[in-house]
Design a binder for this molecule. Structure first.
Ligand SMILES: Nc1ncnc2c1ncn2[C@@H]1O[C@H](COP(=O)(O)OP(=O)(O)O)[C@@H](O)[C@H]1O
Ligand SMILES: N[C@@H](CC(=O)OP(=O)(O)O)C(=O)O
Length: 430
């Protein structure tokens, strides 16, 4: 079970989460936690400020004080001893002073800095479970076999992780059974031995990695929304829950920008064929979204609409590109320079990709409807791509028009009668 930052943002939330875990007494869950609330963002900001503020002013950094106050308050409200996080907070202050002294913040140090968020949330939560009589064991992912590349800030999990994590968690359980409370988002670089992070939202990936390593029956990812929704609720609040998704759909959705899932998180679940359930810790009765290998697609038209803003488009016109392979593999800075030798190249910035995740076997119907809607809204699509994926059609529009497009498309596909049209078509064919 993975609980994101919003699920463990306060003492009250931690009590609720403990209640959710205890609601399944017959299960032996492994719990993965993110940092409390917005702690990761605050740590990043505190680090940036430390670079320029001088050692003696570190104690005045607003974000550092917010982090300290939140964690101390949580420990106090859960009636835990301060010693649970005392050492961590001391070390964190030392680290910020070190950054201030060096006037430098490398990617490696940034990963170490943000790791304090997960290290503290898990220590508090494990102590709380033990206090209420539920035996729990706090575990730092970088100590239990999460081995990654040394790409600080966006490390990849290496294959050796699966057997190592399985061995450690099995061994611990046999020696002394206790619910493992594991830090999400973190790993250990295989060359450097330093703490790494898996990219923002990486706790989802921690959870699915453990799921595959242990061959679990189900992976649950608890969020602050009722599941994966038909679009980002911050863009258009009429979004509704998508009850079922395939791994492929969920992966495309995440990859093309839906913040709800980490882009790489579906891979271990798909490889291990372990269902993933996305649930709302604020509304546990809601059924959520169930993500599996396959689902019945015959009535499916569109599943979800995803927006990725601020993308740059390369418009290449050339008659000389036949046989010119490998040119995009060169460094991005050199791509335009290289292409200009063989083509007319325009760099078009402030574009947005709107991805229509759905049944590509209905592509003509989807595109017909989409273009009707966009034409009515006076929007010109600048590129369209169906690619290799069986579930994704992408349209590129100008950034300034993107939100309005999402709203119009959502209304047409999810609030009007497109399903009736498909049902009629299916009836007609049978
Ligand atoms: N298609 C979508 N479905 C659900 N949530 C989405 C979608 N697109 C964006 N979001 C946003 O993702 C948030 C949940 O992801 P995240 O912040 O990583 O949660 P957590 O911190 O609980 O893991 C939601 O609060 C919502 O605002
Ligand atoms: N705390 C990390 C990792 C994470 O997964 O967080 P969340 O589950 O709150 O998205 C982040 O903010 O990126």
């Amino acid at each position: 079970m993975k609980f994101g930052g919003s699920s463990v943002s306060s003492a009250a939330r931690m009590r609720e989460v403990a209640g959710l875990i205890l609601a399944f007494p017959e299960e032996r869950p492994v719990v993965v936690l993110s940092a409390m609330g917005k702690t990761t963002n605050l740590l990043l900001l505190a680090g940036e400020k430390a670079v320029g503020c001088g050692v003696i002013r570190v104690s005045e950094i607003e974000e550092w004080n917010l982090i300290k106050d939140l964690h101390i308050k949580t420990v106090e409200e859960l009636a835990l001893p301060r010693s649970v996080i005392h050492t961590m907070l001391d070390e964190l202050e030392q680290l910020l002073k070190g950054i201030a002294m060096m006037k430098e913040l490398t990617l490696r140090t940034t990963d170490y800095l943000v790791s304090f968020g997960e290290c503290m949330s898990t220590r508090i939560f494990a102590a709380y479970l033990n206090k209420i009589g539920v035996k729990a064991r706090q575990l730092d992912a970088f100590d239990i076999g999460f081995i990654t590349t040394d790409d600080f800030g966006n490390a990849d999990i290496l294959e050796a992780t699966y057997p190592a994590v399985a061995k450690r968690l099995h061994g611990d359980w046999i020696r002394d059974p206790a619910i493992p409370i594991v830090t999400g988002f973190l790993g250990k670089g295989w060359k450097s031995g330093a703490v790494t992070t898996l990219g923002r939202g990486g706790s989802d990936l921690t959870a699915t990695t453990i799921g595959k390593a242990l061959g679990l029956r189900e992976i649950q990812v608890w969020k602050d929304v009722d599941g994966v929704l038909t679009c980002d609720p911050n863009i258009y609040p009429n979004a509704t829950t998508v009850p079922y998704l395939t791994f492929e759909e969920a992966a495309e959705l995440a990859y093309f920008g839906a913040q709800v899932l980490h882009p790489q998180s579906m891979r271990p679940a798909r490889e291990g064929d372990i269902p993933v359930r996305v649930k709302n810790s604020y509304n546990p009765k809601a059924p959520g979204t169930l993500i599996t290998k396959q689902r019945k697609m015959d009535k499916v038209v569109l599943t979800s609409i995803v927006l990725k803003s601020n993308v740059t488009m390369l418009d290449i016109v050339s008659t000389r590109m036949l046989g010119q392979f490998g040119f995009l593999a060169k460094e991005l800075d050199h791509v335009v320079e290289e292409l200009e030798k063989i083509a007319v190249v325009h760099l078009l910035q402030q574009r947005a990709i709107i991805s229509l995740i759905g049944n590509v076997r209905r592509s003509s119907l989807i595109l017909e409807k989409a273009f009707q809607v966009l034409r009515k809204s006076g929007v010109n699509v600048q590129m369209i791509s169906q690619g290799a994926s069986k579930v994704n059609m992408s349209l590129i529009v100008h950034d300034s028009e993107a939100k309005q497009c999402i709203k119009a498309l959502h209304q047409a596909f999810f609030e009007d009668d497109v399903l009736t049209e498909v049902e009629e078509e299916a009836l007609h064919m049978s």
